[in-house]
Unconditional design. Structure first.
Length: 493
């Protein structure tokens, strides 16, 4: 049944993004470009403004002239605004992807209706939408990949989706847009699996065979995806940090607030450089750490101290693993509140007439509790593996201790930390699972590959976006999370 005119008007974008004065086919293209430009420029401008304010305060305290800082600020701001207009950047990519998928539908539908006469009207329209997005997806990614970058290797995470900054790789290699492709793949998988499960649930409920186990699976899928993805990410952060985007790796390190010498010691346990009971020249690493935290220096000698005590892992918080966990939680919660609360208050300012301070505080508190629990479970998982449970199950001999510190203790922390997602509500769990899944997937694939294989990435990206866009037009609720609402708003004519 076709929706009524009133219903269509009710779901059309209102306000500055409605663009009622433009021809209907061009509205999605313009919306996509403007939103892409805003997402590419706004975060960088905000960072620049905060840095400028910080410099002005320092200059005021030291009674220094701020003229040079102002000139530098204006030049940098202009450069950011100008860079966003580059035709091979993210805003143009968004416009090409969305605009192509809408503008190509009608001509493709005419061709399909003549060629594939055996298909029904609904199937012809679905195929036209899929092909239109596939073609525009292929060409728009080609546009983004055509921009050459500095040959030095840098990292970019999912921020590349928002800022239009792809990962720079050496000449002769592809992979600049890998994070974008993995994002599309994850979304397409979520759409397909969700649709298949929805059909299965409908059939089971119709025959009254829907079981408690199936209901539990429905509720546990998002938390399980988040926990598994978080575990992969934390494992990569610990043992192969180069597989993570540099900015993401830096943020995790900041949140973890850990002495990097401890991480290095456990890495050396895993790769065989640090061997308990054997002199391999590794003592200076941990003995220097003992000196800095006022601990006995003999704790850092892997020849005589097997294993090095958990008191060293606690970094000066005492020998109790439980006390260290509580201390970690409190410190992490405070750090998180200083991050989340200002952001929540800033979001409230979008509508000054409806500011809800209690909502901002409550949301920040819950998110801070989640992140603090995440960090605490990771650290306490390490202690469980190497002190509380691991030796009692596997033994206290040297090979068992080597195996525990060679990865088992870190693996325990990686497994536990993600289940803190249950602190968040069901809606947030869904968004968080979809947020971390592409990052986890990125740890399992090479960050760069030969240019002659770049067609494979374009094929995967085009097919994935075609699935997501087609579903967004036919069944918007199936594209879950913020992305679903954003696509529905952008694609409306």
């Amino acid at each position: 049944m076709q929706p009524s005119v009133a219903a269509l008007r009710a779901v059309q974008p209102k306000g500055p993004l409605s663009f009622q004065s433009l021809p209907a086919p061009l509205r999605p293209l313009v919306r996509a470009y403007l939103l892409g430009y805003a997402s590419a420029v706004a975060p960088r401008l905000l960072t620049l403004i905060l840095q400028f304010i910080s410099k002005r305060r320092k200059s005021a305290r030291k009674y220094l002239s701020a003229d040079k800082d102002e000139r530098s600020f204006k030049d940098s701001a202009f450069r950011i605004l100008r860079t966003g207009l580059d035709p091979r950047r993210f805003p143009t990519f968004c416009a090409a992807l969305v605009g192509g998928s809408t503008l190509l539908q009608e001509p493709l539908l005419k061709i399909i209706s003549r060629v594939a006469t055996q298909l029904g009207a609904a199937s012809q329209l679905r195929l036209a939408r899929w092909l239109a997005t596939f073609i525009s997806g292929w060409l728009s990614l080609q546009l983004l990949q055509s921009k050459r970058t500095h040959p030095s290797l840098t990292e970019a995470g999912l921020a590349s989706v928002q800022q239009g900054l792809a990962e720079a790789v050496p000449n002769g290699y592809g992979g600049r847009t890998l994070d974008l492709t993995l994002f599309a793949v994850t979304r397409a998988a979520d759409v397909l699996v969700g649709e298949l499960w929805s059909q299965h649930r409908g059939r089971r409920k119709a025959t009254e065979k829907w079981t408690v186990i199936e209901q539990i699976i429905s509720r546990m899928t998002d938390p399980a995806v988040f926990a598994a993805s978080s575990g992969l990410i934390m494992w990569a952060w610990f043992y192969s940090p180069d597989s993570l985007p540099r900015s993401y790796n830096k943020w995790i390190t900041s949140a973890a607030s850990v002495d990097l010498r401890l991480i290095e010691a456990l890495r050396r346990c895993r790769n065989g450089e640090l061997i308990y009971g054997k002199e391999t020249g590794q003592a200076p690493l941990l003995t220097a750490m003992c000196e800095d935290y006022g601990l006995p220096t003999e704790w850092g000698d892997p020849v005589t101290e097997i294993p090095f005590p958990c008191g060293l892992v606690h970094m000066g918080c005492g020998p109790s693993c439980e006390y260290h966990a509580i201390s970690r939680f409190l410190r992490s919660w405070k750090w998180s509140m200083l991050t989340y609360l200002p952001l929540a208050l800033a979001l409230q300012l979008r509508n000054p007439k409806r500011i809800d301070l209690m909502k901002a505080i409550t949301g920040s508190t819950r998110s801070s509790t989640f992140l603090a629990t995440f960090i605490t479970l990771f650290y306490y998982g390490v202690c469980l593996g190497r002190t509380r449970l691991g030796p009692r199950i596997l033994g206290k001999d040297i090979p068992s201790r080597q195996w525990i510190d060679g990865g088992l203790c870190v693996g325990t922390g990686c497994y536990l930390c993600g289940w803190s997602v249950f602190i968040e509500n069901a809606g947030r769990r869904k968004d968080m699972a979809l947020f971390v899944a592409p990052r986890a997937l990125a740890t399992l694939v090479p960050r760069r590959y030969p240019l002659e294989k770049q067609w494979r990435e374009k094929l995967i990206f085009a097919a994935s976006t075609a699935v997501v866009f087609t579903c967004a037009l036919e069944n918007p609720k199936r594209v879950r999370g913020v992305m679903g609402g954003l696509l529905s708003m952008v694609m409306r004519k």
